[in-house]
Ligand binder design. Sequence first.
Ligand SMILES: [Zn+2]
Length: 152
Amino acid sequence: MIVYLPMLPEVRQHRNVPREVWTSTRVGRHLAGRRKVNTKPELLLRRALHARGVRFRLHRQLADRCTPDIVLPGRGLAVFVDGCWWHSCPVHGRKTPFTGPNAALWEAKMVRNRERDAYATEMAESLGWTVVRVWECEVMADPQAAARRVVE
Ligand SMILES: [Zn+2]
């Protein structure tokens, strides 16, 4: 299996950059099936917010490449629920260099993820939103506490 990944616009501008070709690996196949929206932690956090009577909207695009998982328009809050693996959580993110045939691609991908996160945060803040980033593990451990941190 070969996975072709979409590239960020600024990368795509360079016409001579070849498309990434990933070598199929066991871990790659495992990760390829992961969903990016309506994840379990997102659902748990939404449920906890709802239980507190908080009104929110889902996946509202605030700008190009800036779509928080949850926005609370009344409070001006933009919430991103970050998966521990993809967004390199300090506890569950990868701490050793990648190995294997796709090591360099993984490394680059993780750097791009961090840049994309920083960009989305800056963009939302520049539009007047207060950004709250919540880790997947934080929500999974205690959705109510995570919801409290979002609104308080
Ligand atoms: Zn984590």
